[in-house]
Design a protein around this ligand. Sequence first.
Ligand SMILES: [Zn+2]
Length: 284
Amino acid sequence: MKTIPVFFTPQMVADSRSYSPSAAKPKQVVASWQALGLPLEVHAPAAVSVEQLSLAHDADFVRGVLEGRLQNGFGNRSPEVAASLPFTSGAMCAAARHAWKHGGVAVAPCSGFHHARWEQPAGFCTFNGLMVTAATLRAEGARRIGILDCDHHEGDGTDAIIGHLGASSWVRHFTAGKHFHRPRDAEAFFAWLPGVLDALSDCDVVLYQAGADPHRDDPLGGWLTTRQLHERDEVVFQSLAARAVPVAWNLAGGYQQQPDGSIPKVLEIHDNTLRACAARYVTR
Ligand SMILES: [Zn+2]
């Protein structure tokens, strides 16, 4: 690949009015990436439709959130957040479709997916863009979709939706947050990862959540150092690229904030994921 496709539009960005900086993060992350001088090509993703969201959620829940009658994952009914949600899932969907059709890698700088359940939001997550994407691609002909969730927290909403849909035959889901929590777990994590990547090798596309909150200094984390998070990304990209398994990755959590609200530590982790991605996929 000569360039890395990044699916971003300012319409993905919102002020969540909550503890989590995630809804405002896409713009900051993309600006940070553009300053690295790596060859990116930014595409504006289309919004997903109510019908697409309803492949992974109860349709009344979807409409209720979008129309401001029901709370979002941040515990409010912000119209701004509601307007951003179809684009957040849309970015994941567009990146995954691009990777599936063209091979290699694509990026969706978005978060806020894996705790969202069939008919309720949870933990800063409103709609489960991972499962919306998996269900959309399946409807478009994909046979098997992998989800490698390397956030600090467990992808419990993803599991709940897989259970609701009876989707375990066509979604392979691995969530590190179920198994690893403290710095002493780092070695076990790196022993776990290769087997998981083996198990994903027959997927049409893998959705990789490169969470920043597994960092050991994260207030909600974590078990890895900045260097180990970079190593995590290198192992994932190396393994999937060697097997020619397409991958679409996103950001997930990251809560290390400075007193002024800036997030340089989180941006550094996401910068490193892009560096690992470029090192593996970009050919000059
Ligand atoms: Zn998290």
